[in-house]
Design a protein. Structure first.
Lengths: 114, 116
């Protein structure tokens, strides 16, 4: 069975500071990994995805994530937070062999302090 | 259409009533998914349709929940005899497929269901 654990339901950083949102996965097979973002009153949209190519994945809005098999992690980072980054972020995992279920984490709400 | 649309955007119903939630996927997308997002929770997978294949219903929480997809396009999620614990945001997503590879899911804005 696959699962993801997001450490910290709420993260607050100052504008301009580093953003680090943690995600650890559990998978019996090589996974695909995703980060989705949900801005207030909007639908979810894909930030980035890992599909076994480069371990460092770059996404939209300056975000990136690094797949670390030894740590079973896929943490999301951004060097300098912007006020517009305030949103809910979801890590997700899926089997490489299937395009069906994507299992989501419980989400991390990111707040940006002026 | 330009994106996935869902209707209604909000639905308030009384306990015991049936509700129908609608999803219009992106034109041409063969895969359609339903998720449920409860307050403070992640997204819970409900059901997945792929082309003409039998749907993956493994996430439906009870037999009060059902879904269909007509003509490979529009989908309706039906909840019978609603309970208060059914209150949540119901999200629909669609994606194209390419040789079994993971394709990006595009999400609709959701339907917020409140069961009184």
């Amino acid at each position: 069975a696959q699962s993801v654990t997001q450490l910290g339901s709420h993260v607050s950083v100052s504008e301009g500071a580093l953003v680090l949102l943690r995600c650890n996965y559990s998978s019996s097979v090589p996974p695909y990994l995703f980060w989705y973002v949900q801005y207030p009153n909007q639908g979810l949209q894909l930030l980035l995805k890992y599909t076994s190519a480069a371990t460092l994945v770059k996404g939209i809005n300056g975000f990136e994530a690094e797949f670390k098999k030894s740590e079973t992690s896929f943490h999301l980072t951004k060097p300098s937070a912007h006020m517009s980054d305030a949103a809910e972020y979801f890590c997700a995992v899926s089997k490489k062999s299937s395009a069906s279920k994507i299992i989501f984490g419980s989400g991390t709400r990111l707040s940006i302090r002026p | 259409g330009a994106g996935v649309s869902q209707s209604p955007s909000n639905k308030v119903t009384e306990k015991g009533k049936d509700v129908e939630l609608r999803c219009d996927p992106i034109s041409g997308h063969t895969a359609l998914y339903w998720y449920r997002q409860s307050l403070g929770q992640g997204l819970e997978f409900l059901i997945y349709f792929q082309g003409n294949s039998a749907p993956d219903k493994s996430g439906l929480p009870s037999d009060r929940f059902s879904a269909e997809r007509t003509g490979g396009s529009v989908s309706t999620l039906t909840i019978q005899r609603t309970q208060q614990e059914d209150s949540a945001v119901y999200l629909c997503a669609s994606s194209s497929t390419s040789g079994g590879a993971i394709d990006t899911q595009y999400f609709g804005p959701g339907t917020r269901l409140t069961v009184l």
